[in-house]
Design a binder for this molecule. Structure first.
Ligand code: ADE
Length: 224
């Protein structure tokens, strides 16, 4: 999977490029993340990429030209890339959506700042809007990183031996509880069955716990 990220803050992405699951995916050549500084596509000497909003009101709007030029540049080497704009108005990110997007070869993520992008970008240059939830954050960068992570862990071999099949939501239910050493801490004991060595019993216990967990914490998933 190739990710291209259009942003005013490319340095923010070093946190996922340099560390953890995504960094390992990059090392294994299963992923790449190219960041594009939108100001490099400005056509003025001040490197501005935004202007005041027609109709008035506080806040600046990101202009069409630099974004369009940047997308066109990316499309020179990845003509079929799917252009996603991170926005609270987009389709809500779910496990299902991350899995679907993980089958693509190339995704371009457009990160907004200020009041967002000129609507003509959304109408003519963007294929899809994605939201990470019903709240507003200060820019698309954190949302893009969430999306990159959620997609990347669905790409075969990115996780290595910790596969994502048991992730919460993978089977429409939450994960089961996990325990590690020591066996007892402050009088709190690890459930006996996990120490039994009996894999079929352990699997059945975990499945049961996953169901209970879902009933207790996310009744809305049970109904589905
Ligand atoms: N930008 C600001 N808020 C956002 C959200 N909830 N999801 C995606 N991008 C955003």
């Amino acid at each position: 999977m190739r990710f291209d990220v259009i942003t005013l803050f490319p340095e923010m992405f070093s946190s996922i490029k340099d560390e953890g699951v995504i960094a390992r995916g990059i090392k294994k050549c299963l992923l790449s993340i190219n960041t594009w500084q939108l100001r490099d596509f400005s056509n003025n000497k001040h490197r501005n990429i935004d202007d005041a909003s027609y109709g008035g009101g506080a806040g600046m709007v990101m202009q069409v030209q630099p974004i369009r030029d940047c997308i066109n540049k990316i499309k020179q080497t990845s003509p079929n890339t799917k252009v996603i704009y991170l926005s609270p108005q987009g389709e809500k990110l779910t496990h299902k959506l991350a899995k679907e997007l993980s089958t693509l070869d190339s995704i371009t993520l457009l990160c907004g700042r200020y009041e967002g992008v000129d609507e003509r970008v959304i109408a003519h240059d963007v294929d899809m809007e994605v939201s990470i939830g019903d709240y507003v954050i200060s820019g698309g960068e954190l949302a893009a990183m969430v999306l990159i992570d959620a997609i990347s862990r669905q790409i075969p071999k990115v996780l290595g031996n910790q596969d994502s099949l048991n992730d919460s939501f993978a089977n429409g239910q939450l994960d089961y509880p996990h325990y590690t050493r020591p066996e007892i801490i402050d009088g709190q004991q690890v459930p006996e069955v996990l120490l039994s060595g009996h894999q079929a019993k352990i699997d059945a216990w975990r499945q049961n716990q996953a169901i209970n967990n879902t009933q207790k914490k996310r009744k809305d998933l049970v109904k589905k």
